[in-house]
Ligand binder design. Sequence first.
Ligand SMILES: [Zn+2]
Length: 594
Amino acid sequence: MQLQEQVIEKIRKSLDIVDVIGGYVQLKKQGKNYIGLCPFHSERTPSFSVSPDKQLYHCFGCGAGGNLFTFMMEIEGMSFTESVQFLADRANIQLDTSFSKKDFHSPNNQKKKQTIEGLELLTKFYHYLLTTAKYGTPGMHYLESRGFNEEMIERFQIGYAVDSWDVVTKFLQKRGIRLELMEQAGMIKKRGFDDKYFDRFRNRIIFPIFNMAGKTVAFGGRTLGDEKPKYLNSPESDAFHKGQILYGFHLARQAIRKSSQVVLLEGYVDVIRAHQAGVLNSVASMGTSLTEAQASALTRIADTIIICYDSDTAGVEASFRAAEMLQGNGKIIKIANMPEGFDPDDYIRKFGGERFKSDVIGASQTLMTFKMNYLRRKRNLSDEGDRLLYIEEVLKEMTSLTRAVERDHYLHLLSEEFSVSLDSLKKQLHQMSVTKQRREQRKGTVLLERSHRVPPAYEMAERKLLARMMRSREISDRIRDTIGGSFTIDVHQALSAYLYAYYEQGNPPDEGLFLQKLDDPVLQRKVTELSLMPMSSQVNDQEIEDCMKQVIRHAKSALIADKEEQRKQAEQSGNYELAAQMLSEIISAKKQLS
Ligand SMILES: [Zn+2]
């Protein structure tokens, strides 16, 4: 084994895939494996499976699959080398310098990597400036006056950009960072008149924006005084896509997993403040509209999501939209309730962390109560027409409640408030539910048909054989001697060839190791699919025989169809000799078949 392969093997053996993936996906044990909602496509019933024995994962819904390294690459957008480095760190394995120099990178990844390196360096630099009295006093004074404590300054690596045009530019130059990358990342700018770079952030508090893995990908800078703009943020770049980030996620992950609850805030200052108040499971969506990517990261990791946006009109609208995106995954969605006009930062500063925990987070409303209040705002309930419309809207929202107790509770509330008979409300709700179900069924059947294609028998036979071959060298040898490379499906054929070679080199049956030796992601995915395919632990010889027969049969029929085609062409072009030869070959092939 080469050095590199040894390192990868060592990392693979010292980490547990369930642990690593469990940081992103809520996994539940089912038999030998763990299952959860797939992080790579949106789904309501889990088809994402992780095998601790084989150290592999596979999604039977979208086909994503692989090992620890591919998981990190896919979920964090890392390159292969980055994933090795990241996981080596986690396993406390020292990487040899020759490893990091080896270049697997596409130019784009390379650029992204260098950008992140530059931003990580700047994080340390700004933080150093803030915490060094000679430079950081104005920044420190400001943070103290706003009540940020030292622990949070450390935890969130808050920094300070001194009031200078070139401190950062010179620092970057000295450290050999490519300036054009830092320009693209919005850290420095070019002067119009002499094309020289200058610092973009000056006399500002610097908040590093981290990606889910905790690397700095952007910065937010707040003025100390009244200069405009109050907040200056990095632009979107190769390294920074706002909609894919949940600010504070890497710091909150553990608390979220422990409580199975996550508090969703709007901005990074809210998160820092909430952590300081002891609400360690809070993250922010970096702006008001939640994206699909953020929503699925949230529903993947927690059972309860508490939305705590600003309590002004824009905040309430944003909460409503976020709730719509998050609901329907079987998760509990709640909305925290703050007095009008507050954001979490203001609230905590005014009333303290304990009251924030008990009166805001602790007293958060159910989604249904929130929706009822939301709909109420839009209607004038002293008007009879509006009242009826309101009742109808509330009933419509109630059709998504799954528990009877819940439905009853809100029906009672409606009935009491508007003096409508409970019976008629129940009837109307039932009617609406039926209509909704029918509509969903129509949509659902189409989806089902698409995802549950039943493969033809020969394809199933090929899959079963390959799955058995990966688990046993003897079976692989037997299949090689009988059918060799006669698999009809290209991917299967390629996989069988790799597998024969793999055993030839003296490797043991180990799907994880086999996958590690394949470069092609299509083949890798096939390996994970086949190794997580449910099958009996007992090998049934008769079944293997039958599968081989099926494969040979299909290969022969395909061959006959080929020869038929050649015969027709030969006849048309007047080559009767060839046509006759084809015909006799077809006849003997057909004989073999029967
Ligand atoms: Zn999937």
